[in-house]
Design a protein around this ligand. Structure first.
Ligand SMILES: Cc1ncc(COP(=O)(O)O)c(C=O)c1O
Length: 283
């Protein structure tokens, strides 16, 4: 059976699934999205993802294209029909199709598209392996808390990182503090052993994995702070790591080619990878 995509009420063969050329997501990046990880065919933290989608939609004054429970049902159906066990479901809502004009269209209906993709299952071995990142200026807009499809600065920085032989880029704001990765949140462990990740305000996307790791950190009684941290602090950190739905937790062992700590995944991040794996029974 061919892989299916969902487009505005229909399950279509993925290869032929289309939206209109005047979809505002296509012309204005006037659209929001979610990427929900799948483990054993089940969505990971769906409530948090649909809650964040609700917030993105409300802030941009885009209506839900279908009621929330229907959207959840469609996502579950698509995952089941595509037989995906490990991977993710991608959900995109645009303001809809209308003759090109910056102003909100009076009568457009929001477009809903969903696709699925298989990825490798969670692997604590892979998650525990260190990666290098490079630093790049954060040239994005000032509402990074909204998960919009306007991702060109992220795309450029990610490609820059790959061209430099790194796994990702961490983005640096005008004040010299690190905001986040191109599709992940950034964390460090300071010299005295305090975990630090940036406050979830308009400067970053509040990652669902970030929230899950904060739950684990609280449960473990570890010391942590939510605040901006500087490039200098990151370079002097004992440990560093990134979190995202598709990359789980990954130790960061080099920044711009310089080792973080002793250049190996540290004890705290290894402990968090183990706790994360245990939290969904992958150990
Ligand atoms: C800019 C940005 N920050 C953080 C994240 C991590 O979010 P999550 O843990 O919900 O995947 C993402 C995910 O794509 C992202 O695009």
């Amino acid at each position: 059976m061919p892989r299916l995509a969902y487009v505005n009420g229909r399950y279509l063969p993925h290869g032929g699934a289309r939206v209109h050329v005047e979809d505002r997501g296509y012309q204005f990046a006037d659209a929001v999205y979610e990427v929900i990880a799948l483990r054993g065919g089940r969505q990971v933290e769906p409530e948090r993802h649909f809650g964040r989608l609700d917030r993105s939609l409300r802030e941009l004054r885009i209506d839900w294209p279908v009621p929330r429970h229907v959207m959840r049902f469609v996502a579950e159906t698509l995952v089941r029909r595509n037989g995906v066990r490990d991977g993710y479901v991608y959900i995109q809502v645009s303001r809809g199709v209308a003759p090109r004009d910056h102003a909100f269209p009076a009568a457009a209906r929001p477009s809903l598209v969903m696709t699925t993709r298989r990825t490798r299952p969670f692997d604590a071995g892979v998650a525990g392996r260190g990666v290098g990142i490079v630093l790049r200026p954060d040239i994005r807009w000032k509402r990074r808390d909204l998960k919009t499809v306007g991702l060109l600065p992220n795309v450029m920085a990610k490609q820059d990182a790959l061209d430099a032989g790194a796994f990702d880029a961490w983005l640096v704001d005008d004040a010299g503090t690190i905001t986040e990765g191109t599709a992940s949140n950034a964390w460090i462990v300071t010299g005295p052993g305090v975990l630090v990740t940036r406050t979830a305000d308009a400067d970053i996307l509040n990652g669902v994995t970030r929230l899950g790791v904060l739950d684990l950190v609280r449960e473990a009684g570890l010391r942590f702070e939510e605040r901006p941290f500087t490039v200098d602090e990151a370079k002097r950190a004992r440990e560093a790591f990134l979190t995202s739905s598709t990359n789980w937790i990954r130790p960061v062992v080099a920044i711009d080619g310089d080792p973080v700590g002793d250049g190996e995944p540290g004890p705290l991040v290894r402990r968090l990878v183990a706790a994360y794996a245990e939290s969904f029974g992958a150990v």
